[in-house]
Write a protein that binds this ligand. Structure first.
Ligand code: 8IG
Length: 269
């Protein structure tokens, strides 16, 4: 069942070739991964010229979660940039392997992208971040005990989340806070004790994506930008237990505001 018995970079090249062929766009500039709560953001970024069904492309699977979108779009911005919008994130908890998790990122790199924008929905450890608050990712802690890199690939991750791109985001919204994102494996949410552990090791945000993709992106030479939508206070921070319905609801309520924010940021990249 796994397409990844062969070289993952070769498979990404095949997917990129299929994207170029189906869109007629030889090279894209920016890749955008849409996480929970960010689904409508691509409408404001520009004109969608092509919509591809992700699972028809080499190496892509159908998304596992309601609220996640299984399409890949080519969007033309007013500034003339080509954005490859990946709505089909594969999560580590799906058990398809790390190669599957980072296939979209590697495909984007093979499709010519030089910038990667990662978005996600996550839990917040800072009580001031009410559900619906966007937070820039300044760094990450990878708690998956996995890496997308295989063999002696000693990639430097200093400044993984580009200070240059974070400065651009701050120009768009000077009030944006920054935080360290901890990627847990999921699919369960954390226990309150795990949230306290995350806090003590320096995390501000907890989620189930992004870190592995950012590592693969750096290895592929992409400049990385990450932004989280705090859709809930992490377990134990709030007295109320978490529900997936609430997470979706907080994302929907924040939708228009964060879509505009993201479009303004992408418009300046
Ligand atoms: I949305 O509280 C969302 N995703 N690990 N913890 C983790 N992932 C999340 C959370 C959360 N909220």
């Amino acid at each position: 069942m796994n397409d990844f018995n062969e070289d993952p970079f070769h498979l990404a090249g095949q997917a990129a070739a299929a994207i170029a062929e189906q869109t007629g766009v030889a090279a894209h500039d920016i890749a955008l991964v849409l996480g929970s709560g960010w689904g409508e953001a691509s409408e404001l970024i520009g004109e969608t010229t092509h919509t591809l069904d992700a699972p028809t492309l080499p190496g892509f699977h159908s998304p596992a979660v309601v609220g996640h979108v299984g399409t890949i779009r080519s969007v033309l911005t007013p500034a003339g940039k080509r954005v490859l919008v990946l709505g089909a994130r594969t999560h580590f908890y799906e058990g398809k392997g790390v190669r599957s998790v980072v296939h979209g990122v590697r495909t984007a790199a093979a499709a010519g992208c030089t910038t990667l924008v990662l978005t996600n929905g996550c839990g917040g450890l800072n009580e001031a971040w009410t559900p619906g608050t966007p937070v820039l990712i300044s760094d990450h802690i990878n708690l998956t005990a996995a890496s997308p890199l295989e063999g002696p690939t000693f990639v430097d991750l200093t400044d993984l989340y580009s200070p240059r791109l974070r400065a651009i985001a701050h120009e768009v919204d000077p009030a944006l806070d920054e935080g360290v994102y901890a990627q847990f494996t999921g699919p369960h949410y954390e226990t309150p004790a795990e949230v306290q552990y995350a806090k003590r090791i320096g995390a501000d945000l907890v989620g189930m994506s992004t870190a592995l993709e950012a590592i693969a992106a750096r290895h592929a030479g992409l400049e990385v930008f990450g932004i989280s939508l705090v859709t809930n206070l992490a377990a134990g921070i709030s007295p109320v237990p978490l529900s997936h319905a609430e997470v979706i609801e907080a994302g929907q309520a924040a939708g228009p505001r964060i879509s505009k924010l993201l479009a303004d940021i992408v418009g300046r990249l």
